[in-house]
Ligand binder design. Structure first.
Ligand code: ADP
Ligand code: ASP
Ligand code: MG
Length: 407
């Protein structure tokens, strides 16, 4: 049995017309004599009735006192509905198909409801269903605990369902179908000249995804990388090949010469930068601050620790809670709200001098102040004001020659 996995995101299963285009991709794989595992997301986006955010809206996401376990009972319904509807339409086109839940597909998770981790995938049931059917449609985003309670695996998790199933089934490849032509040099909603990358390494995509490029979930990429299964990110609306994600980094293969050291730009918006100064007892300070944040369930990022204090970022939505926690500790934090973190990612930039200088020059030319920066082997980060995010990304995109007019 040659198995392939095809994952269709929310916009690819939104209505009958687009689902019909999705079905044509499934049909082509069936005609190619593959057994197809289709993984679907919930249908559409808010306010479409069965989209994940619409289900959350039903219970007033922020104000609900439902337990995460009960929330997962609701959230998992979006994908379950989607799988059954998709399978029904496959049957209507004479494709022998069956819909199953994540649990029936053998996805076993930890019990961190709403954000569970996949622990194992028992493919026995799925394998036998694949012998009996051309296509098995699996509800993405969901699994079950050892106690058979329904879980979901975190927002954007259907990508991870797809690669986890592919790894367990030793599939030939995974196709991630979405509303874009592939992985682009930047979010095409933000940068209209963003260019599609033909081929990119797991590591680079993983970095881009961790830094906010929501085209694919980073965990999904890690799982495929470990199992060495190629991923193609492609559009449901066309037959184009999209972007191939494999182990090879551009420039490492034969005669390919990498003419660009930055592969892509990602961002995370809606951040608050917090500075806490305590010149008298610096060691105590960062221990106290980060413990307090962890105890309050606030995740911190972009951390700088210096002898005089600490600087870090949190999501804007936790700003009030963080302020309260820090004031209770007798501290006097300074907040810089409405910030965005821009990340430049590229395997080719490691060890290259001048990248940071180019970023600084570009942003200065556009009168964009940088509030914080950091760099690692393959990523450089800068923090700017949200209102300047679009200008900053576009300027950097041009400065690093990522725009469509260049190769
Ligand atoms: P799906 O519902 O199919 O999973 P998502 O909305 O999760 O789709 O991901 C697709 C979106 O990712 C695109 O519409 C695009 O705006 C966004 N995106 C962000 N960064 C990138 C990038 N570098 N390349 C392509 N798309 C990106
Ligand atoms: N429907 C879920 C979400 O919107 C999972 C997914 O689409 O990947 O986050
Ligand atoms: Mg997605």
């Amino acid at each position: 049995m040659e198995i392939v996995v095809q994952k269709f995101g929310g916009t690819s299963v939104r209505d009958k017309n687009v689902r019909n285009l999705a079905i044509q991709h499934v049909k082509r794989a069936v005609e190619d004599e593959k057994k197809v595992v289709v993984v679907v997301s919930a249908m559409g986006r808010y306010p479409d009735p069965y989209a994940t955010d619409s289900l959350l809206h039903l219970i007033g996401e922020q104000s609900t006192s439902l337990s995460p376990k009960e929330k997962d009972m609701l959230l998992s319904c979006g994908e379950t509905i989607s799988a059954v509807v998709f399978s029904n339409e496959l049957l209507q086109q004479d494709i022998h198909s069956m819909a199953i839940t994540g649990a029936q597909a053998g996805i076993v998770t930890t019990s961190e409801f709403t954000n569970a981790q996949i622990k194992e995938v028992n493919t026995k049931n799925l394998q036998s269903l694949l012998y009996q059917h051309q296509v098995v449609v699996v509800a993405g985003f969901q699994g079950r605990t050892d106690q058979f309670e329904t879980t979901t695996i975190g927002r954007g998790g259907s990508d991870t369902s797809a690669t986890a199933l592919a790894a367990a089934l030793k599939a030939e490849y995974v196709d991630i179908f979405s509303d874009v032509n592939g992985i682009m040099t930047a979010d095409p909603r933000m940068v209209t000249t963003a260019r599609k990358l033909e081929k990119v390494s797991y590591t680079e995509v993983c970095n881009l995804a961790y830094q906010g490029a929501k085209v694919i979930h980073p965990r999904a990429v890690e799982i495929a990388m470990q199992a060495n299964i190629p991923i193609r990110v492609r559009s449901t609306l066309t037959t184009e090949e999209g972007t191939l994600i494999t182990t090879t980094e551009m420039g490492n293969e034969h005669n390919e010469v990498r003419d660009q050291f930055v592969t892509g730009i990602a961002y995370v918006d809606h951040l608050t930068q917090i500075k806490v100064e305590a010149p008298n007892e610096p060691e105590q300070l960062h221990v106290k601050v980060f413990k307090a944040m962890a105890d309050a369930g606030i995740s911190v990022d972009f951390i700088n620790i210096s002898p005089s204090g600490v600087t870090y970022t949190i999501l804007d939505q936790y700003e009030k809670k963080a302020m309260q926690v820090l004031e209770e500790l007798g501290l006097d934090p300074v907040l810089n709200k409405n910030c965005a973190k821009i990340s430049l990612v590229g395997a080719g930039m490691s060890g290259l001098p001048g990248v940071t200088s180019k970023i600084v020059q570009t942003l200065t030319k556009h009168h964009i102040p940088i509030f914080q920066s950091a760099d690692s082997h393959r990523t450089i980060w800068v923090l700017v004001k949200s209102e300047q995010l679009e200008t900053a990304i576009n300027a950097l995109h041009v400065a690093f020659q990522l725009d469509a007019t260049k190769k």
